[in-house]
Ligand binder design. Structure first.
Ligand code: MLT
Length: 256
C-alpha cells in the first residue's frame, strides 16, 4: 500500500457559491479543546481533527468497512462496550490500553477483521475533543487522508465552520494546526476567516505543505511516537486524500 505523503492540491472552486460579503459563511479554528468555551457551536459544523493519530485512524477504519465508531472520553465506559460485542480500541499516552482489542495505529484498521464491525474508541485527546464538540449543529471527522472530501463537505454545506484541534492534553500541537490551515487555505475564496487563528494556521500550512514530514520532525507528538517506535504511522497520517469519506457523528455514533 502506498503511504508516501503526497503533494497537496490547490484551492477549490465552487460554481454555486461565490464569495460576496452578504452570503459568506465563516471559518474559525479552535487551537485546543481547552478553548472551546470561547466558541458558540450551535450553528456550526465542527471538524474534529487529531492527525496523530485518532482521526486518521477513524477515517482509515471507515475506509476499510467498519460499520460504526462510538467515541468515548472515558476509558472504563469504552471498556464496558466489549460485553455488547464491540471491538474495544484506543490508547493512553500513545500506548494501547491493557485488555483492549486494538490500539491507535491506522494499520490495525485495514484488515478483514474490522469489516462490518462496531468499534468503541477512546484516546488521550481525539475522543476528548469530540466530547467537547457535542452541542454543535454537526460534527465531522477530519484528517489529511480525507482532506478534499472534508473541504467539499464544508463548501457545499450551509453552516459556518469551526475546526477543533485535539492538541495534546490541552496544549496546542503543530500537526492539527496544519490540517486546520490546509482547510482554511482551500476554502479561502469561499469562507471568510473569523479571527486570527485561521490566518495563523493558514500561514503555517503554506510554509509546511510541500514537506510536512520534515516540518514536523521536531514536533512534540512526532518525537513521542518515535520514542515508542511508531514511525510508519507518521508518514501515513500525513498522506493527502487517500480516501473519499466524511465520518459524521449522529446521536453519539460516528458513521461514514
Ligand atoms: C490522541 O487521541 O491523543 C492520539 O491519537 C494519540 C496517539 O495515539 O497518537
Amino acid at each position: 500500500m502506498e503511504t508516501r505523503p503526497a503533494k497537496p492540491s490547490g484551492s477549490v472552486t465552487n460554481p454555486t457559491q461565490q464569495a460576496s460579503p452578504g452570503n459568506m459563511k465563516t471559518i474559525d479554528v479552535c487551537l485546543s479543546p481547552e478553548l472551546m468555551h470561547l466558541y458558540n457551536v450551535e450553528d456550526r459544523t465542527v471538524v474534529v481533527v487529531d492527525i496523530l493519530r485518532a482521526t486518521s485512524c477513524m477515517v482509515t477504519a471507515f475506509a476499510h468497512g467498519v460499520e460504526s465508531i462510538t467515541p468515548f472520553a472515558n476509558l472504563d465506559m469504552c471498556r464496558a462496550m466489549k460485553k455488547n460485542g464491540y471491538i474495544t480500541s484506543g490508547e493512553r499516552d500513545g500506548k494501547k490500553v491493557d485488555g483492549f482489542d486494538k490500539g491507535n495505529s491506522p494499520f490495525e484498521y485495514m484488515g478483514a477483521d474490522v469489516k462490518g464491525k462496531k468499534i468503541a474508541f477512546t484516546t488521550t485527546n481525539g475522543t476528548q475533543a469530540i466530547e467537547k464538540a457535542k452541542g454543535a449543529r454537526r460534527i465531522i471527522i477530519g484528517s489529511f487522508l480525507n482532506l478534499s472530501s472534508v473541504v467539499k463537505y464544508l463548501l457545499f454545506g450551509e453552516n459556518s465552520v469551526l475546526i477543533v484541534c485535539a492538541g495534546w492534553k490541552g496544549k496546542v500541537n503543530l500537526e492539527d494546526t496544519l490540517f486546520a490551515g490546509a482547510v482554511v487555505d482551500k476554502l479561502r475564496n469561499h469562507i471568510e476567516p473569523d479571527c486570527d487563528a485561521p490566518l495563523a494556521a493558514q500561514h503555517l500550512y503554506t510554509i509546511a505543505k510541500d514537506n510536512m514530514v520534515s516540518f514536523l520532525s521536531n514536533s512534540s507528538h512526532v518525537k513521542r511516537l518515535a520514542r515508542l517506535s511508531i514511525n510508519k504511522d507518521i508518514d501515513y497520517c500525513l498522506t493527502f486524500d487517500k480516501y473519499q469519506i466524511v465520518p459524521c457523528l449522529v446521536q453519539g455514533v460516528l458513521k461514514a
